[in-house]
Design a protein around this ligand. Structure first.
Ligand code: SF4
Ligand code: SF4
Length: 132
């Protein structure tokens, strides 16, 4: 594991921790009324690059319950939403914004939306730099 990868993973973790409350300002408005929750088992699986990220942080990739149907609810989904802190979720759980979430961003304060967009771009850049 190169030092660079460790640094990138550490920076990404920091941004995920910093960005989570900003994202939750939108999800807490939008998700409780959702009729088609996106948290399916297949979406909560860790990809190769997520594994690079977790390994660089010294964390083992958590096992998944392979008996659960891919289209069924994610095993980490609880009554209060995701049971995992954002920095320990697959990255797609953070970058995926459904149409209602995008509308909430567009309809809300511009400054807040711009700040979150910039943070997400920074996160995506770091995630892209993590090579499997
Ligand atoms: S992110 Fe969108 S699709 Fe997923 S639970 Fe929230 S409102 Fe529903
Ligand atoms: S946000 Fe959490 S509950 Fe939803 S798919 Fe990702 S890991 Fe599963």
């Amino acid at each position: 594991m190169s030092r660079n990868t460790v640094e990138i993973a550490g920076q990404l973790k920091g941004l995920l921790i910093r960005g989570s409350p900003l994202i939750e300002e939108y999800t807490t408005q939008t998700c409780p009324g959702c009729a088609d929750v996106c948290c399916r088992q297949k979406h909560g699986l860790f990809r190769e690059r997520d594994a690079v990220y977790l390994t660089a942080l010294g964390i083992n990739v958590p096992p998944h319950d392979e008996t659960r149907p891919p289209e069924g609810p994610c095993e980490f989904l609880g009554n209060e939403g995701c049971a995992r802190p954002r920095w320990l979720r697959p990255f797609r759980c953070t970058w995926y914004f459904c149409d209602p979430l995008l509308r909430a961003m567009n309809d809300g304060p511009r400054k807040k939306a711009r700040a979150l967009s910039a943070l997400l771009q920074e996160m995506i850049g770091l995630y892209d730099e993590l090579k499997g």
